[in-house]
Design a binder for this molecule. Structure first.
Ligand code: PBG
Length: 333
């Protein structure tokens, strides 16, 4: 055949393929989510094989391991005892609480590791919602923000590098930015959950933290988070959230979940010059793990291909429970 253009010429050898590769994964691209609890032992999360609720010692070891593998940022989630959960979630701004304690310990031992925190009420709320719930089951936006500000300041005071508002209340990024600045934390950044969808993919995470919205005979509560998290059907709306978060002072903009929302990642990365992050959430992790345990897929190949797809779509950063495994595999290459 008389073909002038033959794309296969650039696929001929490993060396040539490496030369023309457009996207590369690095351990510094990963933000590693970790669960902590008050106990003095570590406990595997049944729906997320290979992830644990860590005690302080275990957490330190795991974070050191991540640092040695080249990971430069972690995000912490607390599994709070039921006895500490209240309607107003006030444990979230307890200076002696689990998250501030974990941050202080890590900052003392591994000061260079960047620490991101999660700002929302759900792990602290007896209703299992990210915001305050009134007697009619309505989520109260502005009243919630007053508590989130205190939560963010408590985390910053403990040493957090990035605050991650995951609650999806309107106006929270700006309010948190101002509150941090007033308290002298102008260096503390905000990684905003900009386009966070009301997703079934968060299931295993909610089991891990026992943070799912709860039936409560005191009031009628929506059994999902669709009055504040985005409708999975919407894409243009993500651009409104993007405009708001940028205007309100977010430093990094996140899309969540990741895999079913790569179009949103692409769209935001075309629209913004800020770094985009994607959250490869618990349900995405659990599906891969389950299939891998059955030997139905090759875990390593699937994970690296998946993580690469986030970068190709436009994400600079990927929050992923696979962070340590993926970093190890990248070093082996
Ligand atoms: C809490 C929060 C959730 C996740 C991160 N922060 C759950 C939710 O919104 O219900 C999910 C993370 C995951 O599934 O891996 N606001």
């Amino acid at each position: 055949m008389n073909l002038i253009i033959r794309p296969r010429r650039l696929r001929r050898t490993e060396a040539i393929r490496e030369m023309v590769k457009e996207t590369h994964l690095h351990p510094e691209d990963f933000i590693y989510p970790l669960f902590v609890h008050e106990k003095d032992f570590q406990e595997e999360i049944s729906a997320m094989p290979g992830t644990y609720r860590w005690d302080m010692n275990g957490l330190l070891k795991e974070v050191s391991r991540a640092w040695d593998l080249g990971i430069r940022c972690i995000v912490l989630f607390p599994k709070i005892d039921d006895s500490l959960k209240t309607e107003d979630g006030s444990e979230c701004f307890n200076e002696a609480g689990l998250i501030p304690k974990a941050i202080r310990m890590l900052k003392k031992e591994i000061p260079e590791m960047a620490i991101m925190t999660d700002v929302a009420l759900d792990p602290y709320s007896c209703d299992g919602h990210d915001g305050l719930v009134d007697e009619n089951g309505k989520i109260l936006n502005d009243e919630t923000i007053e508590i989130l500000k205190k939560q963010a300041i408590t985390q910053a005071r403990a040493g957090a590098d990035f605050i991650g508002p995951s609650d999806m209340m309107d106006g929270r990024v700006g309010a948190i930015r101002t509150a941090l600045d007033i308290e002298g934390f102008s260096d503390v950044g905000i990684i905003s959950y900009t386009a966070k969808f009301a997703s079934a993919y968060y299931g295993p995470f909610r089991t891990a933290l026992d943070s799912a919205p709860k039936e409560n005979n005191r009031k009628i509560i929506p059994d999902n988070k669709s009055t504040y998290q985005m409708d999975p059907a919407n894409s243009k709306e993500a651009l409104i959230e993007l405009a708001l978060d940028q205007y309100e002072g977010a430093d990094i903009l996140m899309v969540k979940p990741g895999l079913s929302y790569l179009d949103i990642v692409y769209r935001l990365s075309n629209f913004s010059n800020k770094p985009i992050a994607a959250y490869n959430v618990s349900g995405e992790y659990s599906m891969v793990k389950a299939a891998a345990m059955k030997n139905w897929i090759n875990e390593k190949d699937i994970v690296l291909e998946t993580l690469l797809s986030f970068k190709r779509a436009g994400a600079k950063l990927i929050l992923t429970y696979h962070a340590c495994d993926a970093s190890k595999w990248l070093h082996e290459k």
